[in-house]
Design a protein around this ligand. Structure first.
Ligand code: 8X3
Length: 260
């Protein structure tokens, strides 16, 4: 396996869930981190705790990936070692609502499309040229979803954003085929984070119901896989990983034990 010591990993949406678990996994492996999210208070706390535990350098930056100008300013403003980004983890993303499309809220569609698709594009567009400029064996790790393979009721727009992540990953892999850059699309199924609380606009009860009767994945399961894809030797490219709980077959096919 390749060592990650002294590599620099840029993680979007690093303040919670899979992003936070990735930050911990990479710090434990000795990588330096650029942690970005909208909630800088949470990021500062995370960075503080990680740098007390591990000998790594950590940079914390506010970032709303939907804001094209903020993405450009952040990347342009990086100096010295921080411009040598070896690994970009495009993790920032969310689902909002589970209504039928004909009853959905177009403002929420904008948030999903702008975050999950355009934000990922802005960061990738800004960081891949830096990897090339510095001659790095770079890696782009996108957080897709089983929702990007099969659509499900009430999830048309969210599923479409994750299908876009798959196709952007596949297209980018072709665009950098002559470069030492790897592109990996991780497609998790049900992972219990604050994902469903966000989807149901703060309803913990509805979120709990999503994961009742099944043992869902946890953020650390995904971070382990992200770390593995980054640790294989540089000539090995893991293009795609699909991972579900044992009782989930596809995005919409789930077996739940009844509570009765
Ligand atoms: C999240 C997976 O099945 O909740 O990307 O849509 S699912």
């Amino acid at each position: 396996m390749a060592a990650l010591t002294d590599k620099t990993v840029f993680i979007s949406g690093a303040s919670s869930g899979i992003g936070e678990a990735c930050a911990l996994a990479f710090a434990r492996a000795g990588a330096n981190l650029i942690l970005c999210a909208r909630n800088t208070e949470k990021l500062e706390k995370l960075a503080d705790s990680l740098s007390k535990q591990y000998e790594v350098d950590i940079l914390v930056r506010h970032l709303d990936v939907r804001d094209k100008a903020e993405v450009t300013q952040l990347i342009d403003g990086l100096t010295g070692q921080w411009r040598r980004i070896d690994i970009l983890v495009n993790n920032a993303g969310l689902a909002l609502g589970l209504e039928k499309l004909q009853e959905g809220n177009p403002d929420e569609w904008d948030v999903m499309l702008d975050t999950n698709v355009k934000g990922l594009l802005y960061l990738t567009r800004a960081i891949v040229p830096l990897m090339l400029e510095h001659g790095l064996n770079g890696q782009i790790i996108n957080l897709g979803s089983t929702a990007g393979i099969h659509s499900y009721q009430g999830g048309a727009v969210y599923c479409a954003t994750k299908a876009a992540v798959k196709f952007i990953s596949d297209g980018l892999r072709m665009d950098v085929v002559d470069k030492p850059i790897r592109v990996t699309n991780i497609q998790p199924g049900m992972v219990e984070t604050n994902f469903s609380v966000t989807r149901f606009r703060g309803s913990q009860e509805k979120a709990d119901n999503v994961y009742s009767g099944i043992q869902p994945l946890v953020a650390e399961d995904i971070a382990d896989i992200v770390l593995y894809t980054a640790s294989v030797p540089p000539h090995v490219q893991i293009c795609e990983v699909t991972v579900t709980p044992v009782n989930q077959a596809t995005a919409g096919v789930v077996y739940k034990k009844s509570n009765n």
